[in-house]
Structure formats: C-alpha cells, structure tokens
Write a protein that binds this ligand. Sequence first.
Ligand code: PLP
Length: 387
Amino acid sequence: MAITQPASRPDTKPVAVPANPRFSSGPCAKIPTFDLTKLGDAPLGRSHRAAPGKAKLLEAIETTREVLGVPADYRIGIVPASDTGAFEMAMWSLLGERPTEMVAWESFGAGWVTDVVKQLKIEAQVHTAEYGEIVDMAALNYDNDVCFTWNGTTSGVRMANGDAIPADRAGLTLCDATSAAFAMDLPWDKLDVTTFSWQKVLGGEAAHGMLILSPRAVERLESYTPAWPLPKIFRLTKGGKLNEGIFKGETINTPSMLCVEDYLLALDWAKSVGGLKGLIARADANTAAIAEFVEAHDWIDFLATDPATRSNTSVCLKFTDDRIQDGAAFAKAVAKRLADEGAALDVGAYRDAPPGLRIWCGGTVETADIEAMLPWLEWAFEAEINA
Ligand SMILES: Cc1ncc(COP(=O)(O)O)c(C=O)c1O
C-alpha cells in the first residue's frame, strides 16, 4: 500500500521567525542598523545649553526640515512630553480665538476632542466617524480652527491627501501627524501646526515632541492671548512675541541628549535609504505584503473600509471568520501565540479599538520580516480556530 504524504497543512508551524519580530505601533522598531554603541557622540553630562548640545539640537531641527521637506519659513521646535505634549501645547496656545472643528475617527482624535470640549470648553463642532471609516474633510468649516489626526494609529485609517483643506482658509489647521510623519506625504501648505514624536516612524525614543508651525500659526501666537493660564512648559511666547529660541534648539526645559543622539542616528539612516521617498516606499512595501496576504485569505480583512484611506504604518486587521464567537478573546489569543513563538510582538489591537491585530509597517520595519511573520499569522489563526 502506498504511503501518502500529508498535504502541506496550514496548521504546521513555519520554521523561520522574523529576524526582528518587533511590530509595535509605538515605540516602534528601531532602525535596522541600530546599535547602542552608535550613540557614543552624545554630549552626556554636559549642559544642553553649552555649544555641543545646542549644535546637536539645532542639527535635529534642521535635518528634520531637510528629510520632511518642511518649508524654510516654518518653525520647527523640540518640546516636552512627546506628541501629546506638542499637540496639547498647540491647542492650549492657539485655540479659543474662534470656534473649533474637532475631527476624530479613532481614539487619539477622540482624546483631542475631550481636551477641547471638556477641558478648554471652547465652542466646537465635533465630527466623528466609526473605526474603519473617515470623516468627510470637505464638510468642515475652514473659517474655524480645525484639529485632526492625519493617521489614526488605532484604526489604521489615514487621510488620503489634503485636497479638502482650502489654501485660503481663515482658520488654522492643527494636525497630529505622529504616525504619519516620515511615512506619508504631508502637504505643508495645508498644515499650520504639525506634531509628531521620535518614537514613531523613525523608531526613536519617546518623551520629546516635535512642533512645526506655519507663519500663520506664528501670527496667531503673536496676536492672541488665550483666556486661560499656560504652564511654563506650554509657553511659546515671551512678552507677546514668539520665543524664537525654542525653534533654534533652546528648549523650554532639559531634553535628553541621549535621545537627541538617537534621533540624529535615525535621521542619518533615513537619509541613507532615500529620505522621505525611500521611507514611504519601505512602508508601502510592508503594507503591500500584508495586503497580498489579506487578499489570499478570507478570514481576515483590513479595518479600513476604503483602500484609499488604508494606513501604511499602523495596519489594523480584523478577523472575519463566522466560527469566531468572542472576537476580543480570539484576537488576543492569536496575538499571544505570535508573541510566544517570537514571531510578532505587540500586535494586539489598541485597547479602545475593535478586536483584531495592528501590525506596524513604518520604514524601520524590514519587508522580509513582515513576509516571515505572515505564515505565522496563518498558523496562529488555524491553531486558535481549531483549539
Ligand atoms: C495619533 C496619535 N496621537 C498621539 C499619540 C500619543 O503619542 P505620545 O505617547 O508619543 O505622546 C499617539 C501614540 O500612539 C498616536 O498614535
């Protein structure tokens, strides 16, 4: 009797794990060439206001400008408290001069709505969409100030472009671009305030925020004083004038020069892979590998309903198999299997988001690692559905 070989079964464990299984959406994977010994030039134990420290901070600002293509007349500052610090500093300093349009399609945008409605108590029109959907940006009143998130990190839904934002708007646009900067084209002429953190697409460290201001945002800062008090770490003006020092590296309080060095290393790597274009191509290739997998499997889909708004950084997926009874428990169990096998770390959906997986695809992630992880995803799904 002939012995039949078992057909290749999807529940057979793959052999190779990704060289780097870190797919967290923040802090994100460090640059592929990262090595702690490369931070040796950090001026540790020196004042950040001494010449070497100041030069590093200015270099961080100007290299950011170069890589992101930020216009020469926009200010770039390094501020405290990561992206949250940068965005809240902007809201607290600029809003209240006119009504505000608050836009949210996932939990971080929703957090900014809470800030404005419940804390600042500013007159606001709130525009929301469900997870997976996006707000119609053409329906907003741009005579008001508009606050929005370019890439919704917890839903994997991003702005396709900035076409809906009028060039001749009377209000300011405040954009939380923390999971978009260095992975997506940002139309600077449509953005008056842009914020991000080093810990996201470049795989830097948290705790420092980047605040980018258009000339119109500066004009507002110099012509309007909010009705509420501002703590020292939010103060961007001095005697009614912009505190220009902040935008030359004279930070409001003490930064970590180790983190600055790490950011400079990441920027250097970014330039080595082709700058912004290269970074976008890397994120797109990672996302395309996942899209191909999704296409080939009928039990998984993107949370983003419109491919045009699908993120190329925080890729959010949902399980669609009818056999799944408890979606949250199932997704958690799959994520645990992936972590236990060293195939993918930190890929569970964000706590406020619908159950599923979130796989970071920003430029510091290697496509080969995404490709090595996907057979494990298939294995983990099959193992869990048959458990
Ligand atoms: C869209 C968005 N905004 C804000 C934050 C908060 O960032 P941080 O913790 O760097 O302040 C995050 C973090 O994931 C985010 O994804």
